[in-house]
Design a protein around this ligand. Sequence first.
Ligand SMILES: [Zn+2]
Ligand SMILES: [Zn+2]
Length: 118
Amino acid sequence: MMEHTTSEPREKTFTCQLCDLSSPFTYYGQKPPNTRAIVLLEESFVTKDPFSPDKEKFLVLGSSCSLCNMRVCVGSDCSLFYTKRFCMQCVNKHLDQFPQQIQAELAKKKQSAKDAVS
Ligand SMILES: [Zn+2]
Ligand SMILES: [Zn+2]
C-alpha cells in the first residue's frame, strides 16, 4: 500500500497556546528551506517574511516548550529562550532554576507591566 504523506491539503497554522496568536507557517524545523547557511538554535515554526521580496528572509513565529511541549510564540510575554525554549508557565514554575540575571530581567518586566496598568 502506498502512503501519501507529502501532500497536506490543510493549511498549516501555528497557534500560540498562551496568547492565541495564530499565523500560517511554511516550515517547522531547524533549517528553513531556501536559506543558504541558516540553522536555527531550536526547531521553530517559520514563515516567509511577507514584507520582504528576498526569498531568504523568514520570520520565526514560535516553537514548542522544551518542558511541556506547548506551542508558544517568540513574544517575550509567552516564552523565553535560554539554551532551550521555555513557555512562560514553565518559566514561572521553575524560576528558581534559571540564573539570577534571567530572574532579575523577568522581575523587571513584571514591574513595568504593572506600572503600565496603573
Ligand atoms: Zn504568544
Ligand atoms: Zn512549558
